[in-house]
Design a protein around this ligand. Structure first.
Ligand SMILES: *Cc1c(COP(=O)(O)O)cnc(C)c1O
Length: 256
């Protein structure tokens, strides 16, 4: 068991180093207008073990992403995580129902909720945050998830409603800090066919938010890119890539 754990630790550390090298290379390939920021790597640890998270943390990783509310609650309150990962930063990247808002807001070291997609969820987060924040004026960082592929079954704000939602957050949700836009996009897109249309769409949404709401482009992050396409996403201007399987290995199936 101990040997297995050590092997896994070394593997996660090696994978992480490789991903960081590729991120660096992709960042160098960006157009000069993008070179003012370092892309952030979020290690997506959903369905992975506590040991995997500890391994990545020990290798220097700080930002982690989780999709399921109960799993995030369990992992973030795990005694080893609390003891050994004091600087961990959790990203919630899954679908959030309004009746689960309090559970997520109670997570220690919650960094951002990336999946706000309508004003009712924004309101619920805004109203609850005053009971959970650690000091009086801290705001809850959120991103607006956009349904760039416009698939019916996908979550995310409709493309044409993004600016209105951002305006609503700015005008009516004083406890929230709008941090940027996020997309998951269509699965299995082949980059050989050109730039990913979901990424181009998110970039366009950012331009519209800039024009219609008046926020500086530099203050609107883009969360896009996963294991199969994070380098491509960074070259197009992603500020935040969410990478799971190439760091931790393939995921076990979610049991329901
Ligand atoms: C699972 C997941 C990821 C990571 O997927 P990989 O292909 O394993 O890198 C990123 N973003 C979201 C929203 C996810 O659900």
């Amino acid at each position: 068991m101990a040997v297995l754990f050590r092997n896994n630790m070394a593997e996660v550390a090696t994978n992480l180093r490789l991903v960081y090298d590729k991120i660096q290379a992709a960042a160098t390939n960006r157009a000069s207008e993008h070179r003012y920021y370092e892309p952030r790597l979020v290690a997506v640890s959903k369905l992975q073990t506590i040991e995997s998270i500890l391994s990545a943390y020990e290798a220097g990783q700080r930002h982690f992403g989780e999709n399921y509310v109960n799993e995030l609650v369990e992992k973030s309150s795990n005694s080893q995580i609390l003891e050994k990962c004091k600087e961990i930063q959790w990203h919630f990247i899954g679908n959030l129902q309004r009746n689960k808002v309090n559970k997520v807001l109670n997570v220690p070291n919650l960094y951002v909720i990336e999946t706000v997609d309508d004003d009712r969820l924004a309101n619920a987060l805004n109203n609850s945050w005053s009971r959970f924040r650690r000091n009086d004026d801290s705001k809850l960082s959120i991103m607006v998830q956009v349904n760039t592929s416009q698939e019916k079954e996908k979550h995310g704000c409709d493309i044409v409603k993004v600016s209105d939602l951002v305006k609503h957050i700015l005008n009516n949700c004083p406890n929230l800090k709008f941090m940027g836009l996020m997309t998951i996009g269509m699965f299995g897109y082949d980059v050989a066919n050109g730039p990913n249309p979901d990424f181009l769409c998110l970039i366009k949404c950012r331009e519209k938010v800039h024009e219609e709401v008046g926020i500086d482009i530099k203050n609107i992050e883009l969360s896009m890119g996963m294991s199969s396409d994070y380098e491509h996403a960074i070259e197009l201007g992603s500020t935040n890539v969410r990478v799971g399987s190439v760091i931790f290995g393939s995921r076990p199936q979610k049991s329901t």
